[in-house]
Unconditional design. Sequence first.
Length: 116
Amino acid sequence: MEKAIKEMRNRKSTGDDDVPGDVLKVLGEGGLKILIQLINTIYETGERPKDFKEVTMIALKKKTQATKCSDHCTIGLIANTAKIISNNLEEGLKGKLRLYLEKISLDLEEEKELGM
C-alpha cells in the first residue's frame, strides 16, 4: 500500500473522490490502517464504494480546429483511493498467481520424473 501511495504523482487531477494524491501521501499510520481496513472489506465482500466504480471521461482536442472524433483523445479521471486499492489488489493477485504457476510447474516436473 505504501509503495502505491509513494508512486503517485503530485499535483494531478482527482477522480470523483476529490482526494488528491498529495493528501494520501501524508496520511500517516492511522490513515494507512483505515485504507487497509477498506481494502480488506472490499476484498471480503466484493462490494466497492460507488465512487470507485465511476470514471469521469474528458475529451481533449489534439488539434486546435478539432471537428472529428479522431481529432480528440480521451482521458479518464479515476478516484485516487480507487487507484491505490486497485494496484494493491492487482499486486496481491499477481503474487497468488505466481505461487500457483510455480506449484503447477513443480507438479509437472514431478510427473515427468515419475514418467507419467
